[in-house]
Design a protein around this ligand. Structure first.
Ligand code: SAM
Length: 302
């Protein structure tokens, strides 16, 4: 009697077009060091294939299924980072911790500029990044790999500043040169800066894709060279491109044929060891622009 062949194990170091639920079932259990997931937020965003308008119950049931699939493939010392919007942040955190048994190490708020401008509520200027681990005592966290210069060094040029820098806080601002215009009274991240006047403006930004520096911080902190990193929701392929640049093995899933094709092109154009896009230390490395100088002057006056 003919025996049916076992489903093929998906190859590493590429994106696979298809449903992450199906692709992840073909990965061996406990084989992945780090999963980063930026799923659709169920807010009616226009993807070319996926319909981002589910009922809340359906979205939550689906989230449980793909998170269980992630949990199965993660090693016992593995890490799971989840990016999510306000709409489902609370439910998905409870699902991950209370129902699936992950431990939440950090609830990071990523502050960003250029969100959608709102008129009858505060404009959204943040997303949530949950840092979950499977085992609360055994996990990878490379603090030395993600240190940032301290305010003592950057703002006050204080000679006593630790040259090794400090760990970032749990509100991440990847482009601090945007601060003078970024923290506005109508935004929903409220910040009252010290009068420091060192901010610079930098031009150039990627449209809808996540910044490489954000993924760089996550991948450097939560995995080591040669480890396997997966992204169930490839999008433009940022996680995979950064994993490749940082010398990790990687695997991505992407439902859309067209997006998957573009990810393949992006991956073909990057190589291990190449620097990440964006400035790692914007205050130090980005020259001031005329606009940035005007904003800094205005901040000093106010
Ligand atoms: C928010 S985007 C990810 C963006 C990505 N982090 C980046 O930096 O470009 C979510 C992606 O998930 C894809 N997607 C939705 N459902 C999927 C599924 N079941 N399996 C694989 N991909 C899916 C969508 O097509 C979309 O491209």
């Amino acid at each position: 009697m003919p025996r049916s062949a076992a489903p093929a194990r998906p190859a590493l170091d590429r994106v696979h077009q298809g449903d992450c639920l199906e692709i992840l079932t073909r990965l061996p259990a406990e084989s992945v060091h780090l999963a980063f997931a930026d799923p659709p937020f169920n807010i009616g965003y226009d993807y070319d294939t996926y319909d981002d308008r589910r009922t809340a119950d359906d979205y939550l049931a689906w989230s449980r299924r793909w998170m269980e699939a992630v949990q199965r493939v993660l090693r016992p010392d593995g890490t799971f980072w989840l990016a999510i919007g306000d709409e489902y942040a609370a439910e998905l955190k409870v699902l991950a911790t209370r129902e699936l048994g992950f431990t939440c190490r950090s609830w990071v708020v990523w502050y960003y500029t250029f969100g959608v401008n709102c008129r009858t509520k505060f404009s959204r200027s943040h997303a949530h990044l949950f840092h979950f681990v499977k085992d609360p005592t055994t996990f990878t966290f490379n603090d030395d790999a993600i240190r940032v210069p301290s305010a003592r060094e950057l703002v006050y040029a204080d000679k006593r500043a630790n040259a090794a820098g400090r760990l970032p806080d749990d509100t991440w601002i990847l482009r601090p040169q945007d601060l003078p215009e970024g923290f506005t009274a109508d935004g929903d991240t409220w910040y009252f800066p010290r009068v420091c006047g060192t901010f610079k403006e930098r031009s150039g930004w990627h449209g809808c894709q996540m910044p490489e520096q954000l993924l760089g911080r996550i991948i450097r902190a939560s995995s080591n060279a040669g480890d396997t990193v997966i992204d169930p929701f490839g999008g433009s392929g940022t996680t995979l491109a950064v994993a490749k640049k940082l010398g990790r093995r990687f695997l991505g899933c992407e439902l859309s044929d067209a997006y998957a094709a573009r990810i393949r092109e992006r991956l073909a154009a990057v190589r291990a060891g190449q620097p990440l896009d964006g400035a790692p230390e914007p205050l130090k490395s980005v020259p001031p622009t005329a606009r940035g100088r005007r904003l800094r002057k205005a901040t000093r006056r106010s």
